[in-house]
Design a protein around this ligand. Structure first.
Ligand SMILES: [Zn+2]
Ligand SMILES: [Zn+2]
Length: 137
């Protein structure tokens, strides 16, 4: 592994869970779907996708909750049983990758979301400067 490679650590509110990732995320996104609104308690989720191979350190145990998305494929939220932070998600459609909650990195210089999913569910006031809406094909 390259020693200069960027490393970032994601943790839950009580710090029981820590995940260390090497390199830059494969993708970043915001999602305004209703499940993300409920899951985060906010107007949208802001997440970064890392391949499983980029996860170079992990401590703490997560609980998970699996649901079936509108596509019929499963999605799984992984959260801390003590403090409740949703640290990452897995999804059938993602394959061998994790979708990590960017807020857990405590890094204001983290790459911005590249796209907003479910723009039709976006709160009316919400404008993410320069981030385009995802238009379904
Ligand atoms: Zn915790
Ligand atoms: Zn969503």
């Amino acid at each position: 592994m390259l020693s200069k490679e960027k490393r970032r650590k994601a943790s839950c509110s009580c710090r029981q869970i820590e995940l260390v990732f090497a390199g830059e995320p494969k993708a970043t996104y915001a999602c305004s779907c209703l499940e993300c609104q409920r899951g985060t308690g906010s107007a949208f989720a802001y997440r970064a996708i890392y391949a499983d191979t980029a996860l170079i350190g992990q401590k703490g145990e997560t609980r998970s909750w699996r649901r079936t998305g509108e596509s019929g494929k499963w999605l799984e939220q992984h959260f801390c049983a003590t403090c409740g932070s949703v640290v990452f998600m897995r999804a059938e459609a993602l394959g061998e990758a994790l979708s990590v909650s960017v807020g857990c990195f405590e890094d204001p210089s983290f790459p911005a979301p590249r796209v907003v999913y479910w723009p039709n569910r976006k709160h009316k006031w919400l404008q993410l400067n320069g981030v385009p809406d995802h238009s379904p094909i």
